[in-house]
Ligand binder design. Structure first.
Ligand code: AVJ
Length: 321
C-alpha cells in the first residue's frame, strides 16, 4: 500500500478512536476489528461450536438451494448475483455450485472494499467452480449498485449474508436498506441472513465462547491501537464483556476496565474508571415480525423466510416493490 494512503487511513483510525473514547459512554468502532489478525480470529470464530450462526446459514443453503434458485429466477431468467462483503465465500459457494450445475444464467458480482479480499475469492472460485462467470467489483456498495442498475436491465439479486445486518441498530439498518432500495429497480431481490431472537444463554455463549476466541477478537482492537496509534493499553487490565438485552435483541460486546487507570492513545491521555466500558460491537437479533416491519419500512416485500431446523437463523428473501 502506498505510504500516503496508509497515513491517511491511520489518521481516520486515530480520529475515530479518540472520538469514541471521548464519548459517554465510551465506544470503539467494530469496523477496525478486521486487520490480518482480526480476519484470522473471525475465521476461528466461525468454526466454534458455540458460534451457531455460520452452521445454521450453511444448512439453510444446503437444504434450500433449489428453492433459492427458483425464487431468484422462476423461469430461468438471467440475473446478476451481487454479494456485499463476500469474505471467503464459504457459504456462498454452496449456492454458486448449485446454480452452475443447474446451468442458471447469472454473473456473480462480489463487492468489497478490500481488493485483497476480492483477489483471494476470485482465485479460489476459479479453482473450485471454473465454469462460474465472476466480475468482482471493488468499492462502496451503493456506488457499485447504482452503476449496475443503470448499466443493465437484468434483475439484480443482492446477497447480504451472515447476520452482517446485525451490526446496525434497527434505525441504522432501516437507513442502510432504504438506500439500497433507492439504487435498485422494482422486482430486484435481496436475500438477507438474519440471526433470530432465542434463548439468551445460547446467544451469550456465541459471543463469550469457552476457548476465549471471541474475547481475543474483541480485545485485538486494543492491540491494533497499541501497534498503529502508539497506544499503551495493558490487556491484562481490561476484560471482554458481552451482554444481551432480550427486549431490543441487541447483543453488545464491550471491553471493561478492571481498575482506575490512564491510557495513552496517540498524543492523548484517556482516563478509565474501574468497571467502565468501551462498547465495541452490536450484534442485533430479530423476531420475524421485526424482519417484516424492516422490509416494509424500506420498500420491500418479504417473499420467503427460510429457517434452519433449530429455528436459530433465517434467510429472508425480499422483493423490491
Ligand atoms: C460478522 C458481524 C455477523 O456480529 O455475529 C462474531 C461478528 N463478533 N463474534 C456477529 C462477530 C463476535 C459477527 N458478524
Amino acid at each position: 500500500m502506498p505510504e500516503t494512503i496508509e497515513i491517511i487511513q491511520n489518521k481516520t483510525f486515530l480520529n475515530d478512536t479518540l472520538k469514541g473514547l471521548k464519548s459517554k459512554p465510551k465506544t470503539l468502532s467494530s469496523k477496525y476489528f478486521y486487520n490480518k489478525r482480526g480476519d484470522e480470529l473471525f475465521q476461528q470464530i466461525m468454526k466454534l461450536d458455540e458460534y451457531y450462526l455460520t452452521d445454521a446459514e450453511y444448512s439453510i443453503f444446503e437444504s434450500q438451494k433449489d428453492n433459492i434458485l427458483k425464487a431468484f429466477s422462476p423461469n430461468g431468467e438471467d440475473f446478476n448475483l451481487v454479494e456485499f462483503g463476500a469474505g471467503d465465500g464459504y457459504k456462498t459457494k454452496v449456492l454458486l455450485q448449485h446454480f452452475v450445475s443447474e446451468e442458471a444464467l447469472f454473473d456473480y458480482i462480489p463487492i468489497d472494499i478490500s481488493q485483497h479480499a476480492l483477489d483471494g475469492l476470485a482465485q479460489s472460485l476459479a479453482q473450485t467452480i471454473p465454469e462460474l462467470s465472476i466480475t468482482p467489483m471493488q468499492g462502496d456498495y451503493f456506488q457499485v449498485l447504482d452503476r449496475l442498475s443503470h448499466s443493465s436491465t437484468r434483475r439484480n439479486v443482492i446477497l447480504f449474508l451472515g447476520s452482517n445486518i446485525g451490526n446496525f441498530s434497527f434505525d441504522q439498518a432501516q437507513n442502510f436498506l432504504s438506500k439500497i432500495r433507492e439504487d435498485i429497480n422494482t422486482g430486484d431481490q435481496l436475500l438477507i441472513g438474519v440471526d433470530l431472537k432465542k434463548d439468551p444463554t445460547k446467544i451469550l455463549a456465541a459471543y463469550n465462547d469457552s476457548k476465549g476466541v471471541t474475547a481475543a477478537f474483541n480485545m485485538n482492537l486494543l492491540n491494533r491501537i497499541n501497534e498503529e496509534l502508539g497506544g499503551n493499553f495493558n490487556l491484562e487490565d481490561f476484560q471482554h464483556y458481552p451482554f444481551y438485552n432480550p427486549v431490543t435483541g441487541e447483543c453488545k460486546s464491550a471491553i471493561m476496565s478492571l481498575k482506575d487507570q490512564e491510557v495513552l492513545v496517540g498524543e492523548e491521555i484517556i482516563a478509565f474508571k474501574k468497571w467502565e466500558t468501551m462498547q465495541t460491537e452490536i450484534s442485533k437479533k430479530y423476531s420475524t415480525d421485526e424482519i417484516q416491519e424492516l422490509a416494509e419500512k424500506c420498500g420491500f416485500e418479504v417473499r420467503y423466510n427460510l429457517e434452519d431446523q433449530n429455528g436459530y437463523f433465517v434467510d429472508s428473501i425480499w422483493s423490491a416493490v
